[in-house]
Design a protein around this ligand. Structure first.
Ligand SMILES: *Cc1c(COP(=O)(O)O)cnc(C)c1O
Length: 375
């Protein structure tokens, strides 16, 4: 995919993602299954997975069946699980041909997986997905007897993993909810194993891996921590993720620099008035590039290593930065919207705060732009 309508450039430092993986490995003990869904949270699935494969990762979690099959082509000797699992006949066709491991969390998904398995010579490995307190996808503990019956009737489906997802592992005030989910998951694993299933248990996300050692089971599925975000940012447990390093830098060029006399207003809606004689830089980034209009009069960018406030409304493809105190800014200078060099680099948690969202969304939206990868 190549974007031709803008000048935004995302640069991903794979070395940072590798270092985050090693840090998480040192806390794990079991198998780490890097979550690379949604194009590796916008970081570029193939290069990220390749780098983590070099670090020793052997199982990866992608999103859709289609995305999982794409990754299987890049890493033919890795095991790829699909977190979404099959949702239609197209997915069943792909499963019949490819060796990816789908999450299966409903009777409908079981039908699709069984249909695909029936068309294969080898059995189809599946991951059973359970709801333990997220109330989103998955079977419940009550479904286990019927599920076991169904599996007995469908020998071509081979369960290799059981999984559930934690809703509040990064929120210390909700750790009682985490504990309850952990207990429900354990009850489910016990029931499956009593019935003779030989499965890996996989519950923990990034926050679970970092802070809930009792819930590690055989495998963990970290996503956001691999991309350098501290799940415990601004909580009493902040120290747990302090060593993680962000990997994404996002740049947009300054296209014009102008003087703005005191009293002049800026951008649509005249929502900002210069309170003194100012100098502003217009940068080629706006909401069409995933740079949210919610940053109007709130966000900052990094220009020549210094912070510049966004003045007025963010437009479709442009925004305006206050560079009054920053010398030497000329058209062609790259403004960092995320990351950048030096001690003032913009952290994803910080950008998400101005934006009124979480770093996950910041990465996914900015990550839709054109990307390069380096160490
Ligand atoms: C996205 C996702 C993860 C990773 O969660 P993080 O909070 O990014 O570590 C793990 N499991 C499932 C099912 C997911 O959808």
């Amino acid at each position: 995919m190549s974007i031709t309508y803008n000048k935004i450039h995302v640069h991903v430092r794979l070395g940072a993602i590798r270092a985050n993986y090693r840090l998480l490995s040192s806390k794990s003990g079991g198998e780490i299954i890097p979550v690379v869904k949604a194009d590796a949270y916008g970081h570029g699935m193939a290069p990220v997975a390749q780098a983590l494969h070099d670090e020793g990762a052997r199982t990866f979690a992608a999103g859709t069946i289609e995305e999982s099959c794409e990754l299987a082509e890049v890493l033919p000797d890795a095991r790829i699980v699909s977190l979404l699992g099959p949702v239609d006949g197209v997915d069943a066709d792909l499963l019949a041909k490819n060796g990816v491991v789908p999450f299966v969390g409903s009777a409908e998904q079981m039908d699709l997986a069984a249909e695909a398995a029936g068309r294969r010579t080898a059995p189809l490995d599946v991951c059973l997905k359970f709801d333990t307190g997220m109330s989103r996808l998955g079977f419940t503990l009550d479904d286990v007897p019927a599920l076991l019956d169904r599996l007995k009737q469908t020998p071509k489906l081979r369960p290799v993993m059981a999984s559930s997802h934690l809703a509040c592992a990064d929120e210390p005030e909700h750790f009682e909810h985490v504990r309850k989910q952990g207990a429900r998951f354990q009850a489910i694993l016990d029931a499956l194993r009593r019935a003779g299933l030989n499965i890996q248990g996989c519950l923990a996300n990034s926050a679970g891996l970092l802070a809930h050692g009792a819930l590690h089971h055989e495998a963990q599925r970290p996503g956001i921590a691999l991309y350098g975000v501290n799940p415990f940012h601004k909580t009493p447990m902040e120290d747990m993720g302090r060593e993680l390093t962000p990997a994404m830098d996002v740049f947009a060029p300054v296209v014009q620099v102008r003087d703005l006399p005191k009293g002049r207003t800026i951008s649509y809606g005249a929502s900002y008035t210069a309170d003194r004689d100012m100098r502003v830089a217009v940068a080629a980034a706006g909401y069409a590039d995933g740079y949210s209009r919610g940053l109007s009069n709130k966000g900052q960018a990094l220009v020549a290593g210094k912070r510049a406030n966004i003045l007025g409304r963010v437009c479709m493809q442009l925004c305006i930065l206050d560079v009054t105190e920053i010398s030497g800014v000329r058209p062609g200078v790259q403004a960092a919207l995320l990351g950048g060099e030096g001690p003032q680099a913009i952290r994803p948690e910080e950008l998400a705060g101005w934006w009124g969202t979480i770093p996950y969304e910041v990465f996914c939206l900015l990550g839709l732009n054109r990307k390069t990868h380096g160490n």
